[in-house]
Ligand binder design. Structure first.
Ligand code: BGC
Length: 440
């Protein structure tokens, strides 16, 4: 789980070659999807917008008022999406989303206003345009039937039409990383990369438009465009097998979507806890931990969540052991000093490998885009709650991309604010085309 310098370099070069292959539409585990967002907020975005955020276990509906690119008012409501909906029938899921939208819109008294909507759909999509997103595969905790290969926007529009009680108008579909980059750019013009480190993980970046081959709509002299890397799937074609350990194999076998999203399973919040649990269970079985007696709770997949790993990592930072004892007590373990040290070490190794892997990819991107200064806009629960991730990332990226000035910036709620800004950009692009058509 500790990488040598040679392994680190190898991962860096494999990632770069997958990025280049993907963008050229050659076989690659990286989708490198065109988002059709060719510009950043310019400070003219104003009006009332709706944003939907689907990706975690909560679905959020948000009403935002923008004034010159700044959110001046925001109302949000969270709706829980139960496991039955997350792995049930697709139509039922989209009907539920539409029900939530109308509940919220009617609750806000804006059902008679034609509201432009930005739909943050944080799953891999093939985009035919800014408002068409075909689901490639579910990830994280979702696995609904009859949605893969279908357009998420169309499914949403149809569900809204079936109800017919609101006037919302879906103008853009986007990924949470894209929303984060856009939200970051509204605060810092140097933002060139968007990153999510949460339940899932992914990144996007600003690419030169002439390098992008997958472009189905008419081009209008765009200089750059946001590319959604979909790095969760990095290694699904075997290119990362040289770092796979027995713990990763078991983690994959215990997951909802086996043999897919290889990279995400090394780095994201959905999996770091489980990787830790698997490792601790193995050490116990070998008689190296808890005097060889693992409590049943520790042997059950999914029982150790990543927030507990963060909790234990706080002890390592502070040189303490209270959090670790507290977590182990929840599992019914009375640990010795030695057990505590081992558990803390395992949490550190697994967290550190994740932070290094993420940093390797970010350093590669920084070198590739080669700007004078780049800001990386980041959001996600793992980044926010793990006490050591940010520090490690700063340290490793400096080391791996020397001479490239960068800044990690926490961009809060790209899936909401970013989605409203993207909807505003979509309207601006549409209007510009209409004016051009008049000019012709
Ligand atoms: C999805 C990405 C998303 C990421 C973070 C991944 O599982 O494939 O589209 O950006 O999670 O939410």
């Amino acid at each position: 789980m500790r990488f040598s310098a040679a392994t680190t370099r190898k991962i860096q070069s494999v990632f770069l070659s997958e990025v280049e292959n993907g963008i050229r539409q050659r076989p690659s585990s990286l989708q490198m999807e065109n988002t059709y967002i060719p510009e950043l907020p310019d400070g003219t975005e104003s009006g009332l917008f709706l944003a939907l955020d689907l990706g975690g276990t909560n679905f959020r509906v948000i009403l935002l008022e923008l004034e010159n690119g700044v959110v001046v008012k925001e109302d949000v409501k969270r709706y829980h999406i139960g496991a039955d909906l997350r792995v049930g029938c697709g139509i039922a899921l989209f009907d539920y989303l539409a029900e939530c939208v109308s509940d919220f819109v009617i609750g806000q008294g804006v059902q008679d206003i034609e509201l432009p909507l930005g739909f943050t759909f944080s799953f891999p999509m093939i985009q035919h345009s800014l408002e068409v997103g075909i689901l490639v595969t579910w990830t994280k905790t979702f696995n609904c039937q009859n949605v893969v290969n279908k357009d998420a926007v169309l499914l949403l529009r149809e569900a809204l039409e079936r109800r017919g009680d609101t006037k919302v108008n879906v103008v853009a579909v986007l990924n949470d990383t894209t929303g984060t980059l856009i939200q970051g750019a509204s605060q810092d013009r140097n933002t060139a990369i968007g990153l999510i480190l949460g339940t899932g993980s992914n990144a996007c970046y600003l690419e030169r438009a002439d390098k992008v081959q997958h472009w189905e709509t008419e081009r209008h002299g765009e200089k750059e465009v946001i590319i959604d890397i979909e790095w969760g799937a990095f290694g699904d074609n075997g290119v990362l097998d040289f770092i796979k350990t027995e713990f990763d194999r078991e983690n994959d076998a215990n997951s909802l979507l086996v043999s897919s999203f290889t990279f995400e399973k090394y780095i994201s919040g959905k999996y770091l806890g489980e990787l830790t649990r698997i490792t601790l269970a193995k050490l116990t079985k070998e008689g190296l931990l808890f005097e060889g007696h693992a409590p049943g709770a520790l042997l059950t997949p999914g029982n150790l969540t990543t927030d507990l790993v963060s909790h234990i990592e706080q002890d390592t930072l502070d040189g303490g052991s209270n959090n670790t004892r507290d977590v182990l007590a929840r599992f019914g373990v009375t640990a010795t000093e030695e057990d505590i040290a081992i558990v803390q070490y395992v949490c550190e190794i697994i967290s550190n490998r994740a932070a290094l892997l993420v940093s390797i990819c970010l350093a590669t991107l920084l070198e590739k885009i080669d700007r004078e200064e780049s800001t990386i806009a980041v959001d996600g629960s793992l980044y926010k709650h793990h006490p050591r991730f940010e520090g490690w990332m700063n340290q490793y990226i400096h080391l791996l991309a020397p001479g490239h000035k960068f800044k990690l910036m926490h961009a809060e709620d790209g899936s909401g604010k970013g989605a409203a800004l993207v909807a505003a950009i979509a309207l601006r692009l549409k209007k510009r085309l209409e004016w051009e058509a008049i000019g012709d």
